[in-house]
Design a protein around this ligand. Sequence first.
Ligand code: SAH
Length: 367
Amino acid sequence: MSEAQNDLGAEIREIIAHEGPISVERYMGLALTHPTKGYYTTRNPFGAQGDFITAPDISQMFGELLGLWAAQVWIQLGAPAKFLLVELGPGRGALMADALRAAKAVPEFYAAIDVHLIEASDILAELQREALAGCGRPVTWRRTIDDLPPGPAIFLANEFFDALPVRHYVKTAEGWREKLVGLGEEGQLAFGLSGETEPYLKAVAPEGSILEIGAGAQRLMPQSAVRIVTQNGAALAIDYGYDHTGFGETLQAVKAHEFVDPLAEPGEADLTAHVDFAALTRAAQAANAQTLGPISQGEFLHELGILQRAEALKGGASAEQAEDIDSALARLTGAGENEMGELFKVLAITRRGLKDVPGFVPPEDMA
Ligand code: SAH
């Protein structure tokens, strides 16, 4: 079993042997961002050779349109002479590089940009440095949003919230109990249930139901929303997720484009959970922010003019390149099973009353 050779698996088993079973949240955090043995901190997971492909890898159009979204939002925010353009979890840095290139079309916006990248992985930070070399704007790396300087800020997060750790609870005859990662009979990592119940969890559900709580996301969202409300700004979160909180768990592990057991090889497989956009919306609104959406990625990109952008790119392209552009367009906006248009959702957070946020129908016009 390869887990036996895996350093991080051994370290986690040792933690459990000393401290007792750990939450799924702690397990997921260690597996993804342990400083020296985590999945993101030890590799570049992206691309056809890696474990998964994301929208900015599929086409430059994605980052370009987000850059132009930010430019329009910046105007709505009152065009501050300096502001932070923050990306959470920038991966290879392609989104920000494409966004900044597109931003040059709005020179005053471009000149106001101070780029801040929130990144847990030094390896990925290095790739981001290469991708942004010569981008023409100052770039600073930060571990968390607490490390950001004050001021107006526009946040972009693509496939970031799904990497934030979740907690799981299971309904038993006595009440909700937290699902924990402990040691099985052969000393292997195994799921179990806490001996204690969680009396503050009131959700009514049949025995055996599972409740997944986006613990990491629900800490980050109020922090970002408070900042947006008090210091001016906006945020865009794009992710695979759902817009009604329900029961069931979505934790999954992917290695080399295949699903694997989430406990088998901590640090070697990507772990994600679908994003609960309803919970994010409630958290942002509780901090007095305005939320727009979630809407589908397909609808959002169409509103931002992806068809026109694709046509413009095809204007100077060979027949083969034109075919690539069309297939990227379908992948980003299509409603099929292997396409992102319907599966991915887009949520915007702004200070209250901000008007004309591109891509979204204003709240008062909605049915
Ligand atoms: N946005 C990119 C990458 C998504 S993968 C894209 O669309 O391609 C998730 C990214 O978030 C990686 O860069 C990973 O290293 C980073 N990350 C994951 N958990 C993090 C955390 N808790 N704090 C900071 N960065 C994190």
